[in-house]
Design a protein around this ligand. Structure first.
Ligand SMILES: [Zn+2]
Length: 220
C-alpha cells in the first residue's frame, strides 16, 4: 500500500529504470503546488470525461484512499534509532539545511541520535536527478539488524522552491530520515506529521509531535 502510494505521486512518464527503483524506495511527495494541481484536475473531471483526465482521476482517487489504522509505521527502517551517516560536504545553501535536518531529529525527546562517521554505511547525497518528480528518495538495503540506507535529495526538484528554500531542504531530509526511523508516508491520522504529503515547508520542516510519538512507540 505504501509503496503504491509513493508511485502514485511520481510522474507517469518516468522511465522504466526509475519505476524499478521506487519499488524498493520511498519517495518524498510533490509539494503543495502539485497537490493543488491534482485537486483542480479532480474537479475538472467531474465536468469532462477523457482518457487523459481519467488517468489523473486514478492518481487522485488512489491518493485519497484511507489507510488502515495500523499503517503508521514502516518496516523498512533501521533496526535502531541511533546510527551514523557518512559525512557530506556541500555549499552553504545545502550543508546548513541538511545538518539542521539531522539536529532537528537529535533534539527530539526520543532515542534518535544521528551522527556522522566516515565508516558509516548510510549515505545522504544531494545531486541532480533529471526526469523524475520526487524531491527525496529513501532506499533501504539489506535486512535488520544489518540494514543500511541511502537518501537522495534531488536538487532539480527541490530547487523549484520559490520561498524558504533552506526550509524545503530541511523538510525533505527530515521526511526521508523519518523513513529510516520507521515512519510511513501519510500516516492514518488527522494530526500534523512531517510524513504527510503536501505539508507547507515554510511552516513545518522539523519532526512534529505525532512523529515523535510514533518513533517512541516503535523504538521505545
Ligand atoms: Zn516519503
Amino acid at each position: 500500500m505504501t509503496l503504491r502510494r509513493c508511485r502514485d505521486h511520481v510522474s507517469r512518464q518516468r522511465p522504466a529504470a526509475a519505476l524499478q527503483l521506487t519499488r524498493t524506495a520511498e519517495v518524498h511527495p510533490p509539494h503543495r503546488g502539485i497537490d493543488s494541481m491534482f485537486s483542480v484536475s479532480w474537479r475538472r473531471t467531474r465536468l469532462r470525461i477523457g482518457a487523459t483526465l481519467a488517468m489523473t482521476v486514478a492518481v487522485v482517487a488512489t491518493s485519497f484512499l484511507p489507510q488502515p489504522a495500523y499503517a503508521t509505521t514502516y518496516d523498512r527502517g533501521m533496526a535502531l534509532p541511533s546510527f551514523a551517516v557518512k559525512p557530506y560536504d556541500y555549499n552553504s545553501q545545502w550543508q546548513g539545511p541538511m545538518d539542521r535536518a539531522l539536529s532537528s531529529w537529535n533534539v527530539t525527546p526520543t532515542p534518535v541520535w544521528i551522527t556522522k562517521s566516515s565508516s558509516a554505511p548510510n549515505v545522504i547525497v544531494a545531486a541532480q536527478y533529471p526526469g523524475v518528480t520526487w524531491f527525496g528518495l529513501y532506499t533501504p538495503h539489506g535486512s535488520k539488524p544489518g540494514r543500511y540506507f541511502d537518501i537522495k535529495l534531488n536538487s532539480l526538484t527541490i530547487g523549484t522552491a520559490t520561498y524558504y528554500f533552506d526550509r524545503f531542504v530541511t523538510q525533505v531530509l527530515v521526511h526521508e530520515l523519518g523513513h529510516s526511523l520507521s515512519l510511513v508516508d501519510n500516516p492514518a491520522t488527522s494530526q500534523r506529521s512531517i510524513m504527510t504529503y503536501g505539508l507547507d515547508h515554510s511552516l513545518y520542516y522539523v519532526p512534529q509531535q505525532y512523529d515523535i510519538n510514533d518513533v517512541n512507540n516503535y523504538y521505545g
